[in-house]
Each structure stands twice: as C-alpha cells, then as structure tokens.
Ligand binder design. Structure first.
Ligand SMILES: *[C@@H]1O[C@H](CO)[C@@H](O)[C@H](O)[C@H]1NC(C)=O
Length: 250
C-alpha cells in the first residue's frame, strides 16, 4: 500500500525559563523525520533549535551540517560544525532513529486496514411517476481511499449517482455514502459495489427493495373490510337485542 503524501514524526524537547508571572523565554528542539516513499528511501532527518518561536540553528541530513539563522545561531552552527563526531552522529540519525521508528509506525498504523460495514437503505421508495432513491452507507473503514459504485442488472451505472466525500469519524475511521436514483422495474437487480484495501476483491451488496406500495394497500383494504364486517355484526346484534327487548316488553 502506498503512503498518503508526506509523513513526518516529531519529537519536541522543551525548556522554558520563567522570569515573572506573565513573560518568559521558551526554548525547544524540534526533531523531524520526513519521508514520502513507502520504502523509506527518501528519509530526511531535521533537527531545529528554537528560541521563543524562531529557529536559530537547524540540522538537515540532506545538507549534512548545521545552518545558523541569527548572529547567535550562525556562531552556534560554526561551533557545532567543527565537531566531526557530532556531525557523524547527526547524519546517522536517518538510519538509527528515523527509519527504525518509521518502520514501527508503518507496521502499527499505516499498513493496517479495517473492513467497512455496508448498509443499503431506501430514501424514497418511488412509484410509477417518481424515481426511487436508494442509499449505500459504508461505515468505519481504514484507510481513507475507497471506491463505491452501483450495478444495475450487472451493468455499471454512471449517471444519477451522488457520493459524499470520505468523512472522518474522528477515531481514525472513515464513512462514505452514495445515493442512486432509479426507476423501479419488475425483476431488476441493483447492487452497491465497494472496493477497498481491506478486501481482496470488490464486494457486491444486493439491494432488496421495500415492499411495493400496492401490496400495502391490499393489506389496508383487508383491514377496512374486516372492520366493516365487525361493525356490521355489532349493528345486527344490537338490532336483534332491541327487537327481543321490545317483543318481550309488549
Ligand atoms: C533539507 O535540505 C534539502 C536540500 O537543501 C532541501 O531540499 C529540503 O527542503 C530541506 N528540508 C527541510 C525540511 O528544510
């Protein structure tokens, strides 16, 4: 799997000297390992020395020596650069510090995948005059790159598809939603296709549309009929009772 863009990890060492309640000086060292190649071949080690927020000396492993920025920084860099063993040690950080740590991070995080949970749902059922809208929701996957598409009777649908972006949950996992507008037809087969690094092949999820409206109406019709029948029996019974009472009283 290739890496998403530029990666770097940092180690920050901070020292602050307070001289009063409100002001203070703030000095820190910021160590970075920067790379974008999956085999870590382009690894660069950077170490910056900062006073308040300004860098005054920086070591860059590609340059191979310290570079100073202020008058004090230039002097410091000159002194540091005289020390051959320090320079060797700094240059070696690419191999002794950056690459081993990057390998651990890669193995622990970047090479991991989490399979999504896929759910198909009806947004609008549709009828003879209105198209139906179905949603394919893909939850909790990692990493971010994913492809969600639709098949209608085995053919890839290119129009009437609306996708959201890959949305971060905030817990390293992502979700994405895709909507397809279609005209319901008898016997048609609609499926949502999800392609992701966590799967060895594209996964196909078939859409099982909700029960069409007319069947629901038939049920409703039966209910009305039954209610009518019960009402009829009640009225008949009441009439019969009324008749009995009247004839008994006379
Ligand atoms: C390190 O030095 C190289 C060569 O000068 C340069 O291309 C690169 O941008 C530097 N990296 C940083 C983070 O300053």
């Amino acid at each position: 799997m290739s890496l998403p863009g530029l990666l770097s990890f940092h180690y920050i060492l901070m020292l602050s000297v307070l001289t009063g309640a409100a002001d203070g000086y703030y000095t820190y060292r910021w160590t970075q390992c920067i790379y974008s190649s999956p085999d870590l071949s382009d690894m660069v080690f950077i170490e910056g020395f900062y006073f308040n927020k300004y860098p005054y000396v920086k070591f860059n492993s590609t340059v191979g020596k310290f570079v100073g920025f202020t008058e004090f920084g230039v002097k410091t860099a000159e002194n540091f650069n005289k020390d051959q063993s320090l320079l060797q040690q700094m240059k070696a950080q690419v191999d002794v510090f950056c690459r081993p740590n990057a390998e651990i991070t890669e193995a622990a995080v970047y090479n991991k995948t989490v399979q999504p949970k896929v759910k198909l749902s009806s947004v609008t059922p549709g009828d003879k005059t209105h198209p139906a809208l179905v949603m394919c929701s893909v939850y909790d996957f990692y990493p971010e790159p994913i492809k969600v598409s639709w098949l209608q009777d085995g053919v890839v649908v290119t129009s009437d598809v609306t996708n959201t972006e890959e949305l971060p949950n905030g817990d390293w996992l992502y979700q994405i939603h895709s909507e397809l507008e279609y005209t319901p037809k008898a016997g048609q087969k609609i499926s949502c296709v999800v392609e992701h690094a966590s799967f060895s092949k594209p996964m196909i999820y078939d859409w099982d549309p909700p029960v069409p409206e007319f069947e629901f109406n038939i049920q409703l019709l039966f209910t009305i009929e039954t209610a009518g029948l019960v009402l009829g029996i009640l009225i008949a019974a009441a009439g019969f009772l009324y008749y009995k009472i009247r004839s008994a009283g006379l």
